[in-house]
Design a protein around this ligand. Sequence first.
Ligand code: G3H
Ligand code: 13P
Ligand code: NA
Ligand code: ZN
Length: 307
Amino acid sequence: MLVSPHILFNHCYGKYTIAAVNVFNMEQIHGLFAAAEYSSTPIIVQVTPVARNYAHPTMIMAMIKAAAKIYPKVVFSIHLDHGNETHALDAIDQGYTSVMIDASHDDFESNIQRTKTVVEAAHPRNVFVEAELGVLSGVEDDLSVAENHAKYTDPCQAKEFVDRSGCDSLAVAIGTSHGAYKFSGGKGLQFAVLEKIQQALPEFPLVLHGSSGVKRNDIDEINRLGGALLKNASGVTDEEIKKAIPYGICKVNIATDLRLLWTKVHRLFFAEHPDQFDPVVPGKMYMEAYKTFMIERFEVFGSKGKA
Ligand code: G3H
Ligand code: 13P
Ligand code: NA
Ligand code: ZN
């Protein structure tokens, strides 16, 4: 059942958090819906502009709608991740239940105005709008932000931003970054900043980007099988995610972990079966591993049994 994030966030605020998982292809959509059905967990299926262009916007939407038929019990939203105005308008027309306008790299005024423009297009059509204040480091789509250009969300600006833009949820920069190399400074999540944001915006749904766990074992395994990922790869710990929930983090974005999983499964399969070349075999293994991975995430997020 397709629902607005309003429903999901009203229910989960302060108690558990919703996995918002980036999908690019059919195997991931199967893995995600199979896990959500198995765990009776509400999910947000999200798609970046790069992913929409990879699969084709029509193709990715058709696959998600097909999954809704194949897994009819799953409660989910369809969200545009890191869009601009053009992507957002297009996603609204396509039937997305929510869109992110990411003008976080603009100055404060421009971020407000651009977010407001999308809100004015989205709200008459009951589409939910996520905006972002603050700048994460790392790579997202084709934009790369060096760590010294990252900026925590300013709690003093947060309320004014939400009031004036009219957004429905706020992505916050509290120390995470996109990709496999988070926290190279070793600082972790900034709970003091998060606490102040919640005080400024009580009961308002907050979003954590860059929430992949980037497990050490997976990095080591990929490297053992011929990969060359940096040794300092690191992610958000389960403890940090759990601790963030009472502060109003209602949505945790995950993309990198499932990309690493793809790499691990395929490297392992082809290393062990150098004579094989049928994509169906590792593809099936990836779907199964994806499902297992997400079932475990839902337990950590507390969303198991909440659909
Ligand atoms: O920020 C979200 C994703 O990690 C970026 O994924 O390759 O589709 O842009 P992308
Ligand atoms: P990760 O790179 O930690 O998976 O974050 C994904 C994200 O924030 C998508 O918007
Ligand atoms: Na951003
Ligand atoms: Zn993101």
